[in-house]
Design a protein around this ligand. Structure first.
Ligand SMILES: [Zn+2]
Length: 136
């Protein structure tokens, strides 16, 4: 019985390790594809779009997130790679960033916060976290 348990445990561990490896690999591929799309947008819009599609497919397959710095760089509706001054207009309205895709006309909104404000909030949350933790 004991042996069986140990085997199961190591199997699970190996599976977890493999999954983590795949996830980091997927993340690397995603950022690589976005970098390629960034270069390609000047020459071939459709190819850049294809790179974005591939990156999104990879993120879905391996359930890994698209890094936040790339999340705003494509249109969620048509999947085009968006580059400022090329095919997207960005406006600030009511402390929200409004991205207007010029390929399909879709509008996406992102909450806008300055880096300083974010840091302040982070500090506040960590302070409250410490208070809520029971002292053992
Ligand atoms: Zn679009």
């Amino acid at each position: 019985m004991k042996n069986k348990k140990r085997i199961n445990y190591s199997k699970k561990l190996r599976y977890e390790k493999e999954r983590r490896k795949q996830k980091t690999l997927a993340e690397e591929r995603i950022s690589g594809l976005f970098n390629l799309a960034d270069e390609m947008i000047e020459k071939d819009k459709n190819l850049a779009k294809r790179y974005v599609q591939l990156a999104r497919k990879i993120s879905m397959k391996y359930k890994s997130r698209i890094p936040s710095e790339y999340k705003r760089k494509f249109c969620k509706k048509c999947g085009s790679y968006l580059k400022q001054g090329k095919n997207v207009t960005v406006r600030l309205h009511n402390s929200k960033l409004i991205y207007h895709c010029q390929e399909c006309g879709a509008i996406s909104r992102f909450a806008y916060k300055s880096k300083r404000k974010k840091a302040e909030e982070k500090e506040e949350t960590t302070e409250t976290d410490q208070e809520e933790k029971p002292i053992i």
